[in-house]
Design a protein around this ligand. Structure first.
Ligand SMILES: Nc1ncnc2c1ncn2[C@@H]1O[C@H](COP(=O)(O)OP(=O)(O)OP(=O)(O)O)[C@@H](O)[C@H]1O
Length: 377
């Protein structure tokens, strides 16, 4: 991408947000922290994009670089195809919603939302219409005269959202906006946020360490660790096909297995545990005698007493833990692979669990659900 002079009018040609070779290093108390490293990322218009990762992985810094609250140490950030190097936050056409809603406590809901429009001199009639429309959108019509203190946490967050959207920014940056809400409200707000984003069609960049939140709302997710993007993909891709050990471990529960390759074919490898197990993995470049790590999700695994059919991956073990969770029962099984395997079994019938602690069982799954982690060695 060629760089445009700072603050040049957007030509509307590029992605909503682009990071090109972005690095951000902080120096504090004699220490150097590489908060963001080698970031190349394009966020499309109208996309609901999440930055997901553990505390300290660089999510907030990435968001602040887009918002103009930080400048990159190296590389460039583009909004709508135009470089925003040196363009202050107030002159970037993006708004940010933080975890702390930062509403004006002495103003009512209407005035909080209208604040930015009035300051920009938008005519009174238009302010009324636009604020009204926004309050409808976030389902707060009828609450115009309330003060923030008279609203629930979820309602306050919706006011903050209305205030950030009312001036129709090109992108909305959200930094853990639901973190302060309790679980039920957070889940309800996830559905709301997604609906609102769909209705306004604005690009949302959402920072969270909560995988459920990222998976349920996003078009695409960037999973970050130690300042880098470990994997970029749709929620289904990062969940079903984690590319690295870190992603497999961070998103959901994963079973990490591995061993020596007993048979290798074009596009497939088989790890054998003698008569007690055989795991087939779709992977290229495998050679007999090499080593391979793989992952399989707990809900993909069947558990039973009978030896599984030949085409399936299978492994034998002893049940060490049974946890009944209502919709499912979770089993931990000490297996012939030398590692415990966790199985989530849907409770489609009521009555007894499939197996009890101490039972010897067979685990089985379709080879398509075995994912190689990295290349065979
Ligand atoms: N102003 C700063 N000065 C020095 N170090 C900083 C500064 N801001 C962030 N860092 C460091 O940069 C790294 C990334 O921080 P960042 O806030 O981006 O992470 P995060 O993924 O958003 O974490 P969290 O989920 O805890 O907010 C951390 O190691 C953090 O300590």
């Amino acid at each position: 991408m060629t760089s445009t002079p700072p603050g040049a009018p957007a030509d509307g040609a590029g992605p909503a947000i682009e990071f090109a070779g972005v690095e951000k290093t902080y120096h504090a108390r004699g220490e150097t922290v590489a908060a963001v490293r080698g970031l190349d990322l394009e966020i499309a218009r109208g996309e609901f994009f999440s930055l997901l990762g553990p505390s300290g992985c660089g999510k907030t810094t990435t968001l602040r670089l887009a918002g103009g609250f930080e400048e990159p140490t190296a590389g460039e950030v583009f909004l709508d195809g135009a470089s925003v190097t040196g363009v202050p936050a107030s002159r970037r056409d993006v708004n940010t919603v933080f975890q702390s809603y930062a509403l004006f406590p002495h103003m009512n809901v209407f005035d909080n939302v209208a604040f930015g429009l009035r300051r920009r001199g938008v005519p009174k009639g238009e302010v009324k219409a636009r604020v009204g429309g926004m309050l409808d959108l976030v389902d707060l019509a009828g609450r115009e005269r309330r003060r923030p203190a008279e609203l629930s946490g979820g309602q306050q967050q919706r006011v903050a959202l209305a205030r950030a959207l009312v001036n129709r920014p090109r992108a909305l940056l959200l930094d853990e906006p639901l973190a302060a809400l309790d679980l039920k409200l957070r889940q309800a707000m996830q559905v709301e946020l997604k609906r609102i984003q769909r209705e306004v069609g604005i690009t949302f960049v959402y920072v969270t360490h909560d995988q459920g939140e990222a998976l349920s709302m996003s078009d695409r997710v960037a999973v970050m660790d130690e300042g880098r993007v470990e994997q970029l993909g749709t929620p289904r891709e990062v969940y079903e096909r984690p590319a690295t050990r870190f992603v497999a471990g961070f998103i959901g529960t994963s079973n990490l297995l591995g061993g020596e390759i007993a048979e290798a074919g074009p596009g497939t490898a088989v790890i054998s545990y003698g008569p007690d197990g055989r795991i087939e993995v779709p992977v290229g470049g495998a050679a007999e005698g090499g080593k391979l790590e793989l992952t399989v999700r707990p809900e993909k695994i069947g558990i039973g007493r009978d030896r599984p059919a030949d085409g399936l991956c299978r492994i034998r073990g002893t049940v060490t833990e049974v946890v009944y969770l209502g919709t499912s029962t979770n089993y931990t099984v000490a297996t012939a692979a030398g590692k415990d395997v966790v199985v989530f079994s849907q409770n489609v019938t009521s009555g007894e669990d499939v197996a009890a602690r101490g039972d010897v069982v067979w685990l089985s799954w379709d080879p398509r659900h075995s994912y190689a982690l990295g290349e065979p060695r």
